[in-house]
Write a protein that binds this ligand. Structure first.
Ligand code: FES
Ligand SMILES: [Fe+2]
Length: 439
């Protein structure tokens, strides 16, 4: 295999098409980025009871997040130390007091330690002993939790979770602060979609304010027409029409929003989402918030200018509507996305229903919004297999970026500073030696 020349492939204003298509580069990404960085495993409410588990993929590693009897959440490699069989075969469930391998019944405590091996005397005189850590399920090197959101890193080295998240942790603050008790709870089913495209298209697209007025024009314009009709006859239209009609915003409107581009490739698309109509449900909710936090804090919590927050390289958080989309790359041209949404604890049911409307209308695979994005990413994947041009352009508003304390800003919402910042992080991960090792 020819050596991968990162300086040639990733330049400040353009990248080589092979970073989206090449298997060797994908393998390197898994090792250097996904199997090193802090990766989102799930929310603590997914594993409320001892024995409850959720399986997931960190890079190429099959993992399981499980609640132990002492209340601790462990993240273990989903692999039997005997002959390698995966211990949990389903996405989620309750394994009871221990994991039991379906092949030869080795069993394990919920922290991964071996519990029992049938006919143990068969190992007398061999190098295998239950005191040997090789008989345990291996553990992720580090596990941490930020406001109920659980992350694991397969590397013992590197920044702490809070350092890794940096200012992008506002994603989780914004989501939780909208609850009168400061907590959210997962809705325990998600949409799972396999995108026929490289994971980086999704991450770039999330803060790409140049595309909505093109890609989503047909949906946005139709929704606006119906919304206006309802307003004319009934005085006001339900909020969910607004979710779709904003996609009809013009180029200029999108260009006037701002992106904030943090270290590690994270970023925010700023735009106030206007989710505060004056109907009785909203009034009831805001009264509960004021009771809990007082007027000033309530205004601060409900007025943040956030449309999306990106945790690079795999998470898009739409905190004002309690949505999370999480990527699990499967190959250079295949990416699993999990689309979750949450309830604000202590908030009225009507407020939850708003999140569900958004989940179904904008983020679900059945919606016209998500479907149009998926189509673009697949076509981009196909297009980049062409030898017609080797380069992908990120020139837009180049030279207009301003940097303050490592954070990149642009006055243009449609600037490709987002992609330039993501590839800056990508390159720095790829240049460092990988350090992943089980604990
Ligand atoms: S492979 Fe798990 S007990 Fe044999
Ligand atoms: Fe889109």
């Amino acid at each position: 295999m020819p050596a991968i020349d990162l300086d040639h492939l990733v330049q400040p204003d353009r990248v080589h098409r092979s970073v989206y298509t090449d298997q060797a580069i994908f393998d390197m990404e898994m090792e250097h980025i996904f199997e090193t960085a802090w990766v989102y495993c799930g929310h603590e409410s997914q594993v409320k009871e001892p024995g409850q588990f959720q399986t997931l993929q960190i890079g190429r590693q099959p993992m399981v997040m499980v609640r132990a009897k002492d209340g601790q959440i462990n993240v273990l490699y989903n692999r039997c130390p005997h002959r390698g069989v995966q211990l949990c075969g389903s996405h989620s469930g309750n394994t009871g007091g221990s994991f039991v391998c379906p092949y030869h019944a080795w069993s394990f405590h919920l922290d991964g330690k071996v519990k029992a091996i049938p006919l143990i005397q068969g190992y007398d005189g061999t190098r295998l002993s239950t005191d040997d850590p090789d008989c345990n399920m291996a553990r992720a090197a580090r596990v941490d939790n930020y406001r109920g959101f659980v992350f694991a890193s397969l590397s013992a080295e590197g920044p702490s979770l809070v350092e890794f998240l940096g200012d992008a942790k506002v994603a989780f603050d914004d989501m939780c602060d909208r609850s009168p008790v400061g907590e959210v709870e997962v809705v325990p089913v998600c949409h799972r979609v396999v995108q026929q495209s490289n994971w980086k298209f999704f991450m770039e697209n999330q803060l790409d304010a140049l595309h909505p007025s093109v890609t989503h024009q047909s949906t946005g314009v139709s929704a606006r027409r119906v919304e206006n009709q309802i307003k004319k006859t009934q005085g006001s239209a339900p909020l969910h029409y607004h979710y779709l009609s904003t996609f009809a915003s013009s180029f200029d409107q999108w260009d006037s929003v701002q992106t904030v581009n943090f270290p590690h490739g994270h970023g925010i698309l700023k735009a106030y989402m206007g989710l505060r109509p004056t109907d009785p449900d909203t009034q009831e909710y805001e009264a509960l918030m004021r009771q809990a936090y007082g007027t000033e804090k309530t205004e601060e919590f409900l007025s943040r200018s956030i449309h999306h927050v990106l945790i690079y390289p795999y998470l898009s958080v739409q905190s004002p509507l309690q949505q999370i989309r999480c990527l699990r790359p499967l190959g250079p041209d295949k990416t699993l996305s999990e689309i979750w949404h949450f309830r604000l604890k202590g908030a009225p049911e009507a407020i939850y229903r708003r999140a569900m409307w958004y989940y179904n209308l904008v983020n679900s695979p059945a919606t016209m919004i998500n479907a149009d994005d998926l189509e673009n990413w697949t076509r981009a994947q196909w297009g980049l297999q062409s030898k017609g041009n080797d380069w992908v352009s990120f020139h837009r508003n180049m030279g207009g970026d301003t940097e303050k304390d490592g954070v990149l800003y642009s006055n243009n919402g449609t600037s490709e500073v987002v992609m330039r910042n993501q590839f800056k992080a990508w390159r720095s991960y790829m240049l460092k030696a990988p350090t992943a090792q089980p604990a």
